[in-house]
Design a binder for this molecule. Structure first.
Ligand SMILES: NC(=O)c1ccc[n+]([C@@H]2O[C@H](COP(=O)([O-])OP(=O)(O)OC[C@H]3O[C@@H](n4cnc5c(N)ncnc54)[C@H](OP(=O)(O)O)[C@@H]3O)[C@@H](O)[C@H]2O)c1
Length: 236
């Protein structure tokens, strides 16, 4: 049963570089009575695989059993795996890989929203944030390439805009956004860190604190938009 006035935070993808640092920072801050970290490598009630909606529903039921979630961060994502890297050109397009990238980067976070937004409070400030990427901005795309990653993050941005509109009808103080964490030293970015300017490759602890600062500063009119780690809006 929910304790009166108690709140929880939820991190999806707590096994990841940024997700793990977000979970650790929230635990250390102590602003929430409970911090739930979910990952597909965790056991029991904290298991969650984005490709398995049943596990997302079970995670939501677990969260609903405790203090009300006022912050949900989806910190999962897929850019490359083993032999599969992001596409450099059209000839690299592979339907199975594209479908997998879409499933993890766009469909999974939307399913998390489907099950988590309805159990967030109907009154008061709430934040649902999904980690996206600057390269998912269509207007910012001058380099091309990374077809699946870019397109799936653009799809995520659109889904989040839609969800923000719908969620505002349920709670007029709800904030639903996507966030760009900057280039962060994690397994996801590791093969592509060569061209990052000095001082622009963040460690995960710093990235987490920057994102939590941005989240703290978000206002209701910001809902539905994409922000970078300095709180600057990135146009879609
Ligand atoms: N790092 C950067 O420079 C950078 C830049 C821009 C945007 N981002 C975004 O930031 C977010 C976090 O990335 P990161 O750098 O922290 O990457 P990471 O360390 O590789 O973490 C990725 C996370 O996604 C999880 N995941 C992947 N597929 C999943 C599935 N089917 N079900 C559940 N979880 C799944 C991974 O779980 P496992 O541990 O089980 O694999 C892991 O927890 C991503 O959305 C990424 O696109 C990162």
């Amino acid at each position: 049963m929910s304790g009166v006035g108690k709140t929880s935070a939820v991190i999806i993808g707590a096994s990841g570089g940024i997700g793990g640092a977000l979970e650790a920072a929230l635990l250390e801050e102590g602003a929430f009575d409970v911090v739930h970290g979910f990952a597909r490598s965790r056991e029991g009630p904290h298991f969650l695989d984005l490709l398995d909606e049943t596990s997302i529903a079970a995670a939501a039921a677990h969260v609903a059993n405790g203090p009300a979630p006022t912050l949900v961060i989806v910190a999962t994502g897929l850019l490359h795996s083993g032999e599969q890297g992001p596409e450099k050109a059209l000839r690299d397009l592979d339907p199975e890989w594209l479908a997998q990238v879409y499933a993890v980067n766009a469909i999974g976070p939307a399913l998390v929203a489907k099950h988590l937004l309805p159990i967030m409070p109907k009154v008061g400030r709430t934040v649902f944030a999904a980690l996206s990427a600057r390269v998912g901005s269509i207007s910012d795309n001058r380099l091309g390439g990374w077809h699946g990653y870019r397109a799936s993050k653009a799809a995520l941005n659109m889904l989040i805009r839609n969800l923000a509109i719908e969620e505002r009808r349920r709670n007029d103080r709800a904030i639903v956004v996507t966030l760009h964490p900057g280039t962060v030293n994690t397994p996801l970015s590791r093969p592509f860190q060569g061209n990052v300017p000095m001082g622009r490759l963040f460690d995960t602890e710093r990235a987490a604190l920057q994102l939590l600062d941005v989240i703290e500063g978000l206002k209701v009119p910001d809902s539905g938009k994409l922000f970078d780690f300095e709180g600057e809006e990135i146009p879609f």
